[in-house]
Design a protein around this ligand. Structure first.
Ligand code: NI
Length: 177
């Protein structure tokens, strides 16, 4: 297990279009494991390979579906299990017309958050860490995290998509990815 260094803006690797993964061998498996450990250590809800200075099309996401959705009064949320996603060469193949605003932060953009418009629902095609094809439908915050991470593979940072960025208040909690 290793915790990798997370690079921040203006590191140029964050602006590069990442290369497709073609080798799912031992080195790649090590990278996936280290990225999961790094995401958990940060802690973050997602991490894209360019954020650890590796220009490859790989993202890891770990998120409990209900984590930031509105809960009914008194609802018990602690039991919601987190789900881990490893997406290799991901591609968004369907996008809802419906757009939603939400507040995002990024582990590579310290001390800022911003309001970003994203598709409410998307369908992603990708490969898992062993190279098998997978297809995932996501909505709400999970769809937002996927869009944020896949943007990283194109060299896009959330601050490119909004003029509304600010330093978060101490009590303002935003998941980072
Ligand atoms: Ni990010």
């Amino acid at each position: 297990m290793a915790i990798l260094d997370i690079v921040s803006v203006p590191d140029p690797i964050l602006r590069r279009k990442a290369r497709k993964v073609t080798d799912f061998g031992k080195d790649f498996q090590m990278l996936v494991t280290n990225m999961i450990d790094t995401m958990r250590d940060a802690p973050g809800v997602g991490l894209a390979a360019p954020q650890v200075a590796v220009s490859q099309r790989l993202v890891v996401i770990e998120y409990a579906e209900d984590e930031d959705d509105e809960l009914e009064e008194g609802a018990e949320n602690s039991a919601t299990p987190k789900k881990l996603y490893v997406l290799v060469n991901p591609e968004i193949v369907e996008r809802s017309d419906e757009m939603v605003l939400g507040v995002e932060g990024c582990l590579s953009v310290p001390d800022l958050v911003g309001e970003v418009e994203r598709h409410e629902r998307i369908t992603v095609k990708a490969f898992n860490r062993h190279g098998s094809p997978i297809k995932i439908k996501a909505e709400g915050w999970l769809a937002r995290i996927f869009q944020h991470e896949i943007d990283h593979l194109e060299g896009i940072i959330y601050t490119d998509r909004t003029d509304k960025v600010w330093k978060p208040r101490d009590d303002e909690e935003t998941p980072l990815d």
